[in-house]
Design a protein around this ligand. Structure first.
Ligand code: PLP
Length: 413
């Protein structure tokens, strides 16, 4: 008998499955709106100039352990500054944070989930309905029970703020919540600043712990500081927060493009606290040592090449300003695509309201297309997206937007 005869194939990941179907389609005019990776107006992956500049700078570096450790702690500080702005100076000076470099945003979430389980074995995690599907996998595999809270309203294709606030109030005191600080995946729906302030206030009342998954800083508004506003509001209000920061999207450091960037998915998990968690340096040191111990057993240490790239971009003011400019270009291309898609649908005389295409922000548009319509788009028009109707706006180009609008028009009318 075979050792693994009882092993059944795992269900296909909804996002990976879309890419597979897209690749298998021989049609020349096919469109992939599945993955959230940024593409240029020719639909091609982009290596940012800031990354090329950083590569040139680090060429020939010795990838020594000693370098890695000091650069890694510098990276954590630079990332902290990116997230918390000028307030991060005080946090760094007083050592009131525990941050470690992680394996991209996914690794940061996983590390936090393990840490949560270790320190609060009875706790659960509240996830928005809907959320990035991998959040469910990550906390499931860490054996943390999951609950959902209301977020998206299918009728308005916007935020269900009343139900969201009720769920925050009705959750047991001191619950863990996962929040997307900007450019919510998959809906593209973010609370307004005023609503975030109310959420933050209610979190204080209930003593909930906010864990932020910031995978798209800069992609909602094109501005790093504006997109970090949510975190800064919680900081001002004196919360203990956790934050997963990924540079995979905003620096274009996915895994699968250029050989030397293969392992460049760098991220950072930063637990910072004004109040409960790391109210002092001693606490921060203890938390960091636990995070390092968990990481040690899972993958020992993260890759150095990506670390050097990101830290070079963040610490060199010339390269950083190149990055800031490129980020604006990427965000505004996506914004333009939103208007173009909506205009095109309206010009076709679509009887439906498509305002949400331009109201939603970030890489994704939660279109409202039904699973059947999504299937029909793939079969008849070679247009691929996840069955929840999520469109990656990065896959829309000036060359395919009219074709796409027509296809959507055909399947909705
Ligand atoms: N979190 C969210 C909300 C995401 O959308 C993604 C990527 O799709 C990630 C985390 C993980 O990104 P990565 O592991 O590539 O940094």
């Amino acid at each position: 008998g075979g050792w693994w005869d009882h092993v059944k194939p795992a269900p296909k990941d909804p996002i990976v499955g879309v890419t597979e179907a897209f690749l298998a389609d021989p049609a020349p005019n096919k469109i992939n709106l599945g993955v959230g990776a940024y593409r240029d107006d020719d639909g091609k992956p982009v290596v940012l100039q800031c990354v090329r500049d950083a590569e040139a700078k680090i060429a020939g570096s010795d990838f020594l352990e000693s370098i890695s450790a000091s650069v890694s702690s510098k990276l954590v500080e630079e990332s902290l500054a990116l997230a918390y702005g000028k307030d991060s100076n005080v946090i760094i000076r007083e050592g009131r944070f525990a941050g470690v470099q992680t394996l991209s945003g996914t690794g940061a979430c996983r590390l936090f989930a393990e840490f949560q389980k270790r320190c609060y074995p009875e706790s659960r995690i509240y996830l928005s309905d809907p959320t990035w599907s991998n959040h469910h996998n990550i906390w499931r595999d860490a054996n943390v029970p999951r609950r959902t809270f209301h977020y998206y309203h299918p009728d308005t294709k916007g935020l269900n703020f009343v139900a969201l606030m009720n769920d925050i109030k009705n959750a047991p005191d001191s619950s863990f919540f996962l929040l997307h600080p900007c450019a919510h995946n998959p809906t593209g729906v973010d609370p307004t600043e005023e609503q975030w302030r109310e959420i933050s206030y209610q979190f204080k009342v209930k003593n909930h712990f906010p864990f932020f998954d910031m995978a798209y800083q800069g992609f909602a508004s094109g501005d790093l500081d504006i997109d970090a506003k949510t975190l800064r509001i919680f900081l001002e209000d004196g919360h203990s927060v956790g934050c997963a920061q990924s540079f995979a999207k905003n620096m274009g450091l996915y895994g699968h493009r250029v050989g030397c960037l293969r392992q460049a998915n760098i991220l950072e998990l930063c637990l910072y606290s004004e109040g409960v968690l790391c109210s002092n340096k001693k606490q921060a040191v203890a938390v960091k040592s636990q995070l390092q111990q968990i990481a040690r057993a899972m993958y020992s240490s993260p890759p150095v090449h990506g670390l050097l790239l990101v830290s070079t971009i963040l610490s060199n003011s010339d390269i950083k300003s190149v990055w800031v400019r490129e980020l604006k270009v990427m965000a505004s291309r996506i914004k333009k695509n939103r208007s173009a898609l909506r205009d095109s649908l309206e010009k076709l005389g679509s009887p439906f309201n498509w305002e949400h295409i331009t109201n939603q922000v970030g890489v994704f548009c939660f279109s409202g297309l039904t699973p059947d319509q999504v299937d029909q788009l793939a079969k008849e028009f070679h247009v691929y997206m996840t069955r929840d109707g999520r469109i990656s706006m990065a896959g829309v180009t000036s060359g395919n937007v009219n074709y796409l609008a027509n296809a959507i028009h055909q399947v909705t009318c």
